[in-house]
Write a protein that binds this ligand. Structure first.
Ligand code: KG4
Ligand code: ZN
Length: 341
């Protein structure tokens, strides 16, 4: 089966073409991304109107580019998928409407895909099989711990009560004067710092359940900055790397501890990490170490599948298409779409 997928939930316009068969590794024939990061950097975050305008400008040339890279004609595509939520309404509409239009024009099925399901299943694109596992999605918009029995069978164990992990990286990056998005910048600077230089809080570690909270950590960084440099609230010379390393370590320790606790609770022997924050090498190393100690297999997404992309949406779409599923062309996007209760 050949499937073309679109992703436009936030600030990346993405198109992918995948070839797949049930229970076989999916081949990504093309995965094109028009990133808007540079455009939004001047505002320090994503501006929804700017994002949707750029999706509509980039989408068509990107579809043509993907077809050319995959060396297939649009008439050969068996199904079309698009992210239909969660995300920015005006951005979601562009990709979902385009995919429906292509499905209608070619008489092929359309599949509405949950962006979070795309992230969740991304570590398994290379095998084509989704085993029972514990999934941690850590992205700019979400921090979600899910017990996964198989594709489409998800139970929420915990989530963030306030900021997502990536959002905390981005907000702290901004406080420290680093460019947007803060996550990769903090990781880079943290390499030269001591991760025990500042004792930042680890929230909700002793509470029952598997929820997270990162707003206290963010406030602690802000408080530390204003305490150490009341005039400007900026880091003292030479302290930036220590602040980054200590903040990053606090986030990692909470994510690892809660996830391992949830794996023990659910008896899952596989832990899968996905989402933009899972690119972080210190996070990957900490998870590898903890999972090794617990005898748990760690499944990680390929780096190109961690931040927003259309290949992960395509893989989730393929699994649904194999089951004979399709979505109604008059179905709506849902900016607040949930993955599990
Ligand atoms: O999955 P993603 O592209 O978008 C959402 O669906 O939200 O994730 C983007 C997030 C941003 O918050 C970014 O700062 C974070 O992932 N991120 C990182 C790293 N690379 C990206 N956070 C920590 N370390 C990184 N290396
Ligand atoms: Zn995402």
């Amino acid at each position: 089966m050949l499937l073309l997928a679109l992703e436009s939930s936030c600030d990346e316009t993405a198109v992918a073409i995948l070839r797949g068969e049930p229970r076989e590794p999916a081949s990504i024939l093309a995965s094109e991304i028009a990133s808007q990061i540079e455009l939004h950097r001047q505002y320090g975050g994503v501006v929804p109107e700017v994002a949707s305008r750029n999706h509509s400008l980039h989408l068509r040339p990107l579809v043509e580019q993907a077809l050319a890279h995959a060396e297939v004609g649009i008439g050969e595509i068996d199904a079309f998928a698009a992210t239909s939520g969660p995300g920015l309404a005006s951005s979601l509409l562009i990709g979902a409407t385009a995919a429906k239009a292509m499905a209608a024009a070619t008489g092929r099925p359309f599949l509405a895909v949950n962006h979070l399901e795309g992230h969740l299943l991304s570590p398994f694109v290379g095998t084509g099989v989704v085993p029972p596992h514990l999934g941690l999605i850590v992205s700019g918009g979400h921090t979600l711990l899910l017990d996964v029995t198989g594709p489409g069978s998800y139970r929420k164990l915990g989530g963030t009560r306030d900021d997502a992990a990536g959002e905390a990286f981005d907000k702290v990056g901004k406080m420290l004067g680093l460019p947007y998005p803060g996550g990769p910048e903090i990781e880079k600077v943290a390499r030269d710092g001591r991760n025990d230089a500042f004792a930042f809080p680890r929230s909700m570690m002793r509470e029952p359940g598997f929820d997270f909270s990162f707003s206290g950590l963010k406030t602690a960084v802000l408080y530390t900055l204003s305490q150490r440099n009341p005039e400007t609230g900026t880091p003292r010379p030479g302290e930036l790397a220590d602040l980054c390393a200590s903040f990053q370590e606090a986030v990692i320790e909470v994510l690892v501890t809660k996830t391992i606790k949830a794996a023990r609770h659910s008896g899952r022997e596989v832990v899968a990490l996905s989402g933009g924050v899972s690119l972080n090498k210190a996070l990957r190393a900490a998870f590898a170490e903890a999972c090794g100690r617990e005898g748990i297999r760690l499944a990680l997404a390929e780096p190109g599948l961690c931040t927003d992309n259309a290949a992960m949406i395509g893989f989730a779409g393929l699994l649904r298409a194999f089951d004979g599923e399709s979505s109604a062309l008059d179905g709506d996007i849902d900016p607040n779409m949930r993955l599990a209760e």
